[in-house]
Design a protein around this ligand. Structure first.
Ligand code: N01
Length: 511
């Protein structure tokens, strides 16, 4: 050990853990910290309520496209899901229930956005500057800001000149009535496919602007009977079995959705073509809706009402592309001008998984943006070398292409709890993943990535960076990822004891 000046520092228990974000990640983290007997944490939330995605996405038809029994915490099962694929408000209620049950509200600080976080090499303390002008200090920071949060607004000429209603699906304007209005939807991703059938029921005309046709599978949704709910309440093991079956079922289908194999992809392509044929009778329309990329390259979509809606008389599909917005509507690339009362942007999100959530400065004054200039990397998606005691939930390369993201989130939470326990029990100043360990992990991961359908070059998607690399998804099975992240191993970390303020930066004062 070298160069330690004995000065009094607050011990670890005096320094709170700061969790940024109160969506699934932040809430799950709070619950598991409490279960581990750790109560000294604050959850900082920029909005005025918890819920993240499920607070923000309130568009008509919003629902989960992963079965609820597996899109929920295994440690907080809900026997009362009303349907197989719960709708948005029910998922938000579930999260509110989790917060109340575990008394998390007393840990929350709402209406506070973090602007900057910086690490002090000497004290090993993170300082977070908020938009309220506060400076919060923490030994450990857990970034749970989510990946699909900030709406991506399209860069279309003249968009500011349009004078009608215009809003994004994730910022639905409930004050704007669409009843008997001429409405456009731009985009045909998961959000669009959910919203289109719902608004089609009330608008007078609906025009859907499609840039890329998507593969759509039928949605096998079902209402859950009261008898089933009672059974699950009385015998939680039954619900656990259903969760396990869903989880292992999706794992079995994983290779068909992950690997760059035309043979494997053709199985789902066949099912999606069948769904298209069944849903769309008009052959020209069917042709326009036939995708030209390998199944799985973009996130698959499930819906049983999207295609039938497109065949309704007052609904049309526009595929010639958008030239520009004008005051009264949109001019398509083929010159056709459309007048609209309202335009709905279902244009997706700026991916937050692979960029710094705000200005983050780690050890030796290096910024996270600098560390990630060639693409976001982390060890197991959670820790980043040179950013001691900084943990991410849903960080780089942790998204699934075939199953519930909550399985991955829970595994990360469990790993972070162990790391925090290790820091607290050993009164450590910091743990910082070794660069070589992180590099090895990511080299292996990116090697595997070349065999995935996501980087096959057959499509463009939000999974990919501008250079075509994928820093969003995990190129493997969920059970394999969760096994890899099951145990926090301090040997993989540079560990620094908390003996006072070091006269050397933490990175040098390693034991
Ligand atoms: O966004 P997207 P999303 N001009 O990026 C089009 C999750 N999710 O909000 O394909 C014209 O998928 C774009 O066209 P193209 C889920 O993980 C989950 O629908 O790029 N069109 C595309 O059609 C999902 O993957 C649930 O050519 C433009 C669409 O807009 C993720 O969120 C529900 C355009 C964007 O599709 C994102 O889904 C909803 C432009 N300038 C979402 N810019 C669940 O049920 C973009 N597009 C859990």
């Amino acid at each position: 050990m070298m160069g330690i000046i004995q000065k009094d520092l607050p011990n670890n228990t005096d320094l709170p853990i700061i969790i940024v974000g109160s969506g699934f990640g932040g809430i799950g983290m709070g619950i598991q910290l409490k279960k581990a007997g750790i109560d000294s944490f604050i959850i900082i939330e920029r909005e005025n309520e918890i819920g993240g995605t499920w607070r923000d996405n309130t568009y008509p038809g919003v629902a989960c496209d992963v079965p609820s029994y597996v899109y929920s915490f295994s440690f907080e099962p809900n026997p009362n899901w009303s349907r197989m694929f719960a709708e948005g408000p029910e998922i938000q209620d579930y999260l509110l229930h989790c917060v109340d049950k575990h008394n998390l509200r007393k840990h929350m600080q709402f209406n506070t956005a973090i602007l900057k976080a910086s690490y002090d090499d000497f004290s090993g303390v993170w300082t977070l500057l908020t938009d309220q002008g506060e400076q919060l200090q923490a030994r450990v920071v857990i970034s749970a800001v989510g990946g699909l949060v900030d709406p991506a607004l399209p860069n279309i000429a003249g968009i500011d000149s349009y004078k009608g209603e215009i809003f994004h699906t994730a910022r639905w304007n409930h004050a704007a009535s669409l009843k008997d209005k001429k409405v456009a939807v731009i985009g045909t991703g998961c959000s669009a496919v959910q919203v289109i059938p719902h608004i089609a029921e009330e608008v007078s005309e609906l025009t859907v602007f499609q840039r890329t046709a998507a593969w759509v599978l039928p949605k096998y949704d079902a209402v859950i009977s009261e008898k089933t709910k009672t059974l699950f309440s009385k015998w939680p093991i039954l619900q656990k079995t259903v969760r396990g079956t869903l989880k292992w079922g999706s794992e079995a289908l994983g290779p068909f959705l992950i690997l760059d194999s035309e043979k494997l992809s053709s199985v789902f392509e066949w099912a999606a073509r069948r769904n298209l044929k069944k849903g769309i009778k008009n052959t020209d329309l069917r042709e326009s809706l036939t995708p030209n990329f390998q199944f799985g390259c973009k996130r698959m979509i499930i819906s049983s009402d999207y295609y039938p809606t497109l065949e309704k008389e007052h609904v049309s599909l526009e595929t010639s592309g958008i030239e520009k917005f004008v005051k009264g509507g949109i001019v398509a690339k083929d010159g056709t001008q459309f007048d609209f009362d309202a335009v709905i942007l279902a244009t997706g999100f700026d991916l937050g998984l692979t960029s710094a959530p705000f200005e983050v400065t780690g050890a030796a004054g290096r910024s996270l943006d600098e560390a990630w200039k060639d693409g976001a990397v982390a060890y197991k998606g959670v820790t980043v070398s040179g950013f001691p005691n900084w943990f991410s939930i849903m960080g780089p390369n942790t998204g699934p292409g075939h199953t519930s993201v909550i399985i991955y989130t829970e595994a990360q939470i469990n790993y972070i709890v162990q790391a925090v326990q290790h820091i607290q029990e050993n009164d450590l100043k910091s743990v910082d993943v070794k660069q070589a360990i992180q590099d090895d992990y990511n080299e292996g991961l990116q090697n595997r990535m070349q065999y995935t359908v996501w980087t096959s070059g057959s499509c463009n998607s939000w999974y990919l960076n501008a250079d075509g690399s994928n820093h969003a998804l995990y190129p493997g099975f969920a059970h394999e990822y969760t096994a890899r992240i099951r145990t926090f191993d301090p040997i993989e970390y540079k560990v620094c004891v908390n003996e006072g303020i070091s006269d050397k930066p933490v990175l040098e004062a390693v034991v």
